[in-house]
Design a protein around this ligand. Structure first.
Ligand code: HEM
Ligand code: HEM
Length: 338
């Protein structure tokens, strides 16, 4: 949060040219998507570990607040991706740097050209949903459902601060960690290349995922009874989000659970790219304090590890008939209360 505030206030103070604005937008869009990713991977894992809670999570995705957020999320992913391509291109063609400002404008135009039809289709899904007299969770319920994440965030920050303190004690004080060692710069070179290579692999995976969840169908269709489960040719008979995920993850093509493999690749790449990006941002704002700088690195490591364990755990798990029944009961309870 502090890093977001500093980024915005410093930019307003600086009033930079288009290059400065595109840097800020790239940073803010990356941070926004990381925040969503944390909530999303945790709640997707509930489809396996806590089906009732997964039903509630998807019901919150279908509330007006999240619908507005969904448009923002798609815009953030598209802008970040197109601008990321610009960064990668100029990193490998430094002699074309004088065209940077023009390229930033091209990024803005391409983003708008992609978003216009996508938003129209997404808006169509929203209209269809609200024309069908749906049951929607009240705002208070939607906000209350997000509270479960708060203890997790606090625990991660406290754990990162403790680990940084212990690290400082063991390595003999804060000053000792300030030195740059050749090992460190080698690993930074690795991460620099990783950010570029991973971004090119993430692009088709994330765009494919968003096309499946927002364009081919709407977020509302995840729980539409009797609706096709996108990408499977099967029907969601119970109309639960749990059955939707079960049908997708249990689909075998030539003996391979294709959607599990797809989600695994997506998970591994976006978690590594997103949390390393978060590390860049946090360490930018904590460079004055070795203690906070280390805590930022630990926070990113803990966050990435937690998401990988939960995400891979869910992908290896089983969603059976009992889980779907629990989903049905949760849906009934949710709608009885709304
Ligand atoms: C509101 C927007 C989104 C919706 C409705 C959505 C929906 C879903 C659903 C239903 C699943 C379950 C598996 C499946 O059916 O394939 C899933 C899994 C996943 N999604 Fe999304 N998604 C959204 C946006 C995103 C974005 C922007 C990212 C990446 C930044 C992402 C990354 C993932 C990952 C990594 C998994 C696998 C999670 C795991 O292993 O437990 N999703 N998503
Ligand atoms: C869709 C394809 C994507 C492309 C083409 C892309 C590209 C890039 C590039 C080139 C960078 C700069 C790396 C550096 O400075 O060394 C970057 C940074 C970043 N990316 Fe991505 N990225 C993509 C997806 C994502 C996703 C899904 C997330 C979140 C889960 C994300 C989060 C970040 C963050 C937080 C940064 C750091 C920003 C900063 O230092 O100001 N990116 N991205």
């Amino acid at each position: 949060m502090t890093s977001l505030v500093i980024t915005v206030t410093e930019t307003l103070r600086y009033r930079g040219a288009i290059g400065q604005w595109s840097w800020v937008l790239h940073r803010l869009s990356g941070l926004g998507v990381v925040l969503f990713l944390v909530l999303h991977v945790v709640d997707t894992s509930w489809a396996v570990f806590w089906p009732e809670l997964y039903e509630e999570a998807i019901a919150t995705y279908q509330s007006p607040l999240f619908t507005i957020g969904e448009f923002g999320l798609v815009a953030a992913v598209v802008y970040h991706a197109i601008n990321g391509l610009r960064i990668v291109f100029f990193d490998y063609k430094p002699h074309l740097w004088r065209y940077q400002a023009r390229a930033a404008k091209v990024v803005a135009v391409v983003t708008l050209i992609i978003l216009a039809p996508v938003f129209l289709l997404m808006f169509g899904h929203v209209l269809d949903f609200y024309n069908s007299a749906p049951q929607v969770l009240p705002l208070t319920e939607v906000l209350r459902a997000q509270l479960v994440f708060l203890p997790g965030f606090i625990a991660a920050i406290v754990a990162a601060l403790i680990l940084s303190g212990l690290h400082g004690l063991i390595s003999g004080g804060d000053g000792a960690t300030g030195a740059v060692d050749p090992q460190g710069s080698r690993s930074e070179r690795f991460w620099w290349s990783f950010m570029r290579v991973s971004s090119l692999l993430i692009l088709p995976l994330v765009f494919g995922h968003l096309a499946v969840m927002h364009v081919l169908q709407g977020v509302f269709d995840i729980t539409a009874q009797g609706h096709d489960v996108v990408g499977t040719g099967l029907i969601n008979e119970s109309g639960t989000a749990v059955e939707f995920v079960a049908r997708r993850w249990n689909l075998l093509v030539g003996g391979v659970a294709v959607w599990r493999v797809y989600d695994f690749a997506l998970l591994a790449l976006v978690v590594a790219h997103g949390f390393n990006g978060l590390r860049y941002v946090l360490t930018d704002y904590t460079s004055h304090s070795p203690f906070l700088r280390r805590a930022s690195v630990y926070l990113c490591m803990l966050g990435a590890l937690t998401l990988l364990v939960l995400g891979v755990g869910a992908l290896l798990g089983t969603i059976d008939e009992t889980a779907v029944e629990m989903g049905v009961e949760a849906m009934e309870r949710l709608h009885a209360g709304s």
